[in-house]
Design a protein around this ligand. Sequence first.
Ligand code: GUN
Length: 287
Amino acid sequence: MSARILYGKEFAAQIKESARIEIEKLKNKFHVTPGLAVIIVGENPASQVYVRNKHKSCEELGINSVVVEMAETSTKEELLAKIDELNADKNIHGILVQLPLPDAIKNHSDEILNRIDPLKDVDGFHPMNVGKLVTGSPALVPCTPAGCVEMLNLAGIEIDGKRAVIIGRSNIVGKPMLHLLMAKNATVTVCHSHTKKLAEVTREADILVAAMGKPQFVKADMIKPGAVVIDVGINRIAPKKLVGDVDFDAAAEVASAITPVPGGVGLLTVAMLMKNVVTAVKLQIGV
Ligand code: GUN
């Protein structure tokens, strides 16, 4: 079998187009121009690329984008003060602190992220937004897993009643993905580094999500024939070679549909961020 390849580009374009229409409405009807502030601390090259992409998407869609560049040596207090300032800024509706933070303040990441006003938390990482997702009243939801689920919807792939297996239990992908898929009535298993007989579990999946950050770890014999495979990994294995967490070529012979890396779900993350900015504006102005 040769799988249908789910390119992120076409789905991201659809999500962005509906965000663009919503943004026009916010401007015309409510005289609000959505504003997003992205804070980047230090000079991590991958983060710089991600932040540039977010800025570009904002410009395309008519969101006022502010990139706050802070020195690698910034202290926790300086970062908290900047977040306080943005929390109070009426023209800023979304705030995102690009991760990872520099080593010197990395262990304060939770305290820093928790300082963002939950209504402006377009990453969906604040405990209040995590709690809402878990209890089934989602507000702002992490962009990457939300993008994967949106892509399945747009691709016409049924989730209801399916067995879903997620490899990886991060706060950014694995855990929110569990709740999003469960909310769509999948039966979900989360695997991780301590899971015994991993391949036996993954072979039960109708929908297999790889999000553990190990290059080409998921082999063809770990996939049930006809399964849908979502690869959230981005691993640089050579200066110009990015691969996912799935051994793509072999997996594509077994799966019915699969996302490539690059060109897969990464593009959806930015599109969902744009959608979250719209949601944040609506939450703040009460429409
Ligand atoms: N770094 C990698 N992924 C993400 C993300 O989804 N949000 C933020 N803020 N930083 C990231």
